[in-house]
Design a protein around this ligand. Sequence first.
Ligand SMILES: C[C@@](CO)(OP(=O)(O)O)[C@H](O)COP(=O)(O)OP(=O)(O)OC[C@H]1O[C@@H](n2ccc(N)nc2=O)[C@H](O)[C@@H]1O
Ligand SMILES: Nc1ncnc2c1ncn2[C@@H]1O[C@H](COP(=O)(O)OP(=O)(O)O)[C@@H](O)[C@H]1O
Length: 268
Amino acid sequence: MLDFPNAKINLGLLVTEKRPDGFHNLESCFYPVLWCDALEIVPADAEAFTMSGLPVPGNLDNNLCLKAYRLLQQDFQLPPVHMHLHKVIPMGAGLGGGSADAAFALKQLNSLFELNLSEDQLEGYARQLGSDCAFFIRNKPVIAVEKGDVFKPVELDLSGYTCVIVYPGIHITTAEAYGNIVPKKPSCGIEMYLKQDVQVWKEVLRNDFEEALFPRYPELAGIKEQLYSAGADYASMTGSGSAVYGLFKTEPENLIFPGHYLLWEGLL
Ligand SMILES: C[C@@](CO)(OP(=O)(O)O)[C@H](O)COP(=O)(O)OP(=O)(O)OC[C@H]1O[C@@H](n2ccc(N)nc2=O)[C@H](O)[C@@H]1O
Ligand SMILES: Nc1ncnc2c1ncn2[C@@H]1O[C@H](COP(=O)(O)OP(=O)(O)O)[C@@H](O)[C@H]1O
């Protein structure tokens, strides 16, 4: 079975308070974008995990695809499989690529072995693999709250917008990003800001990680400015970074970035 785990961008990200369990409550709109890995899972005589494309740090045993398989194996007698992951989504970018791979592995194993798990049950397994993993089970725009794994519906249609994502190759771990943030309660829920026209978002829709990280990584602010100068209606860092995206009503021209940056452009 072959599928294509996609990434996500955060439209606004308010870190509102530190929780007793050491995590943080947040409010954010998670929006899928079609920057995709490829994941193939086939039954095999012996368990195997192979990779191609971008290298993933750490040993293969810690890969989130394998963690997803082992999690289901605890409750079901899954036969051995060969998983092959072709990595395209940059890691530590705020794009949720690893979490997407884990969620898609759960969905593929569910259908491959006819486990008949519901989407709610799959979300329950996904929550054990990471805070932004459960989003990729239904993989639709939502308002994420609490740890980022509880969802509220959102009426938001950005179809027709071109999204440009710029990854400058700076790997910011999520723990580092959260370790540098000062939570603050917003004056109103993020839904109120999202209801405004996209052109108004630059005045009202913030990603709290920017205040924490831009002083340490000034080139990120530079990318955001460059996207606005190229005509973006809205630009922001996604998640805990370091990728920065811009939303354009019309396709941007002559966006030039250093050769080692990774870029993605597509319709939402
Ligand atoms: C920041 C966000 C926003 O969408 O996305 P990314 O930037 O990773 O894409 C997510 O909250 C990232 O979720 P995820 O990457 O799954 O984080 P996890 O593996 O669950 O947690 C890694 C570490 O981040 C911190 N963490 C994570 C989530 C959260 N709500 N509060 C936290 O304080 C904790 O220190 C935790 O140990
Ligand atoms: N399949 C995978 N793809 C990417 N990262 C993975 C994967 N499995 C485990 N990881 C680990 O997860 C972290 C990156 O997760 P990812 O979701 O790509 O980051 P972010 O949420 O910041 O975009 C890295 O520490 C990486 O070592």
